[in-house]
Write a protein that binds this ligand. Structure first.
Ligand code: NDP
Length: 493
């Protein structure tokens, strides 16, 4: 339940005049214009964000460059660590404000924002804070003629552009900012046009805790203008992006100008494989959670269920029952278990996929009830009779729609082949009590993360995709090292 005062404060924050945070100063966008922020739970207007464009991006990149080569380069790793830790403390002290803003702007249940998004962001800052003082290189033994002292060092990659989507805007903004700043880079953050609110609040705390000016910059605006200007800007050294595969492809092309380093976390079509020996009750709960959390707007959502024929009916019935009971409603309603999707456009897209699936021959074997009212609600849905050629099976729906399929052969190669029959390769989930099958299947699945019998995200666990799910990894040591360049130094003695 939201505290009424806190909710009023959050609404007041949303409604105030917002600017761009560039070089430690809140600036009017050059365009002088703004765009609307809405509450997906009821479609109401929350406020307006500044519409940053190419000229603002240019200013932000210059500020980030100056800070990179000046004050931030002179800031010792331990001080970078302290600043990140202080930011984590400041967010923790205002945790409920962030959860409320996330729910108001993204629509997710307040409970989820409180239990996952905000704590995850805090832990990500603390985890990466620890890395600031631990990044280093190796000493290398050379075999050529002469006597050498050879070693490697890790240097910050430079100015980073972070472009984030709307499904977990706060957690994702921090997941990019924390390792970038810990590694000694400076950053320009561009949140999605639908959900800039928590990024705006974050920038105020960055200012409060005393990061030097220009280290963290925030440009709100549209992808085609602000986002495109960032990925094309010659002063940007790296782009880290989460979003659609289509825009990811565009970014790769746009980054070619100065060969920006690029990390891409794109879509997914995660298979959930249920073996005949699985703990069925837990598998049902896990499968339902995996597709209905955040109304299915999760890159790693378990959207393709493959269950052995001996347990298939039980699985479908169980997940369908779950869908039927889910309370779908506005994120601020304490009874809500699944919120709206982020926009009317996304709602139309998801409903369009369900219709296309049925048109192509799929059956709706279970469906919950979308709340009535002006919010962007869609019903949690279980489809059966789906074939590998159907669009619902091949494409990322990014909504609460599960395609359930069965297999009869226990051959692990055959199961893995069906699970791997996708352009994506972000995640895979296996439910089994057979240790050997768990290990063998994990090796055969072409996915960046394989989870056996449950589990969630952790800032220490590398996350990213095989195939068209992206390039590179976020989180863990690999995640922070992606914000560094490795330099080899060889000194003749
Ligand atoms: P996008 O990929 O368009 O948006 C993600 C981010 O990229 C936003 O900040 C967006 O800005 C920005 N962007 C858009 N175009 C450009 C560009 N030319 N150059 C630089 N940045 C750009 O996602 P959508 O919002 O259009 O969602 C569409 C679909 O993408 C979803 O239905 C889902 O399938 C997938 N998706 C996947 C996500 C994931 O986590 N893997 C997350 C979100 C979406 P702006 O908001 O202004 O468009």
């Amino acid at each position: 339940m939201a505290d009424q005062n806190a909710l009023e404060n959050a609404r007041r924050f949303a409604g105030k005049e917002h600017r761009l945070f560039i070089d430690g100063v809140w600036r009017e966008p050059r365009s002088g214009s703004a765009f609307e922020m809405r509450n997906p739970g009821d479609g109401t207007l929350l406020g307006q964000a500044a519409k940053g464009e190419a000229a603002d991006v240019d200013l932000a990149v210059r500020a980030a460059r100056t800070a990179l080569e000046g004050v931030w380069a002179d800031t010792k790793p331990a001080e970078r660590a302290r600043l990140l830790w202080r930011l984590a403390d400041a967010i923790e002290a205002h945790a409920d404000d962030f959860a409320l803003l996330e729910t108001l702007n993204n629509g997710k249940p307040l409970r989820d924002a409180r239990l996952f998004d905000v704590p995850h962001a805090i832990e990500t800052l603390r985890y990466n804070s620890g890395w600031a003082t631990k990044l280093g290189g190796d000493t290398i033994n050379l075999s050529g003629p002469g006597t050498w002292h050879a070693f490697t060092v890790r240097e910050p990659i430079g100015v980073v552009a972070a472009i984030v989507p709307w499904n977990a805007p706060f957690a994702m903004s921090v997941a990019k900012m924390a390792p970038a700043l810990a590694a000694g880079c400076t950053l320009i953050l561009k949140p999605a046009e639908q959900t800039p609110l928590t990024a705006l609040r974050l920038a105020h705390l960055v200012e409060e805790v005393g990061f030097p000016k220009g280290v963290f910059n925030l440009v709100t605006g549209f992808g085609e203008t602000a986002g495109a200007a960032l990925v094309e800007h010659p002063g940007v050294d790296k782009v880290t992006f989460t979003g659609s595969t289509e825009v990811g492809r565009h970014i790769v092309r746009a980054a070619a100008g100065n060969f920006k380093r690029v990390t891409l976390e794109l879509g997914g079509k995660t298979p959930v494989i249920v073996m005949p020996d699985a703990d069925i009750k837990r598998a049902i709960e896990g499968a339902a959670r995996s597709i209905f959390t955040n109304a299915g707007q999760v890159c790693n959502a378990g959207s393709r269920l493959f269950a052995h024929e001996s347990v298939f009916d039980a699985l479908v019935e169980g997940v369908a029952e779950h869908a039927g009971k889910l309370r779908v409603g506005p994120g601020l309603d304490p009874a809500t278990q699944m919120g709206p999707v982020v926009s009317q456009e996304q709602k139309d897209r998801v409903l369009g996929y369900i219709e296309a699936g049925v048109r192509e021959g799929a059956r709706i074997s279970g469906q919950g009830t979308a709340a009535s009212g002006p919010g962007y609600f869609v019903p949690p849905t279980v489809l059966t009779g789906t074939l590998p050629t159907m669009s619902v099976v091949r494409e990322e729906i990014f909504g609460p729609v599960l395609c359930a399929m069965s297999f009869s052969d226990g051959d692990l190669d055959a199961i893995a082949a069906r699970a791997n029959d996708t352009d994506y390769g972000l995640g895979a989930i296996v439910w089994t009590q057979n240790l050997s099958a768990a290990h063998r299947l994990s090796r055969k699945l072409k996915a960046g993360t394989v989870r056996v019998n449950g589990g969630g995200l952790d800032p220490a666990l590398p996350f990213g995709g095989f195939k068209q799910s992206g390039w590179g990894r976020e989180n863990g040591r690999d995640g922070i090292e992606a914000y560094t360049e490795l330099k080899s130094i060889a000194i003749a003695l």
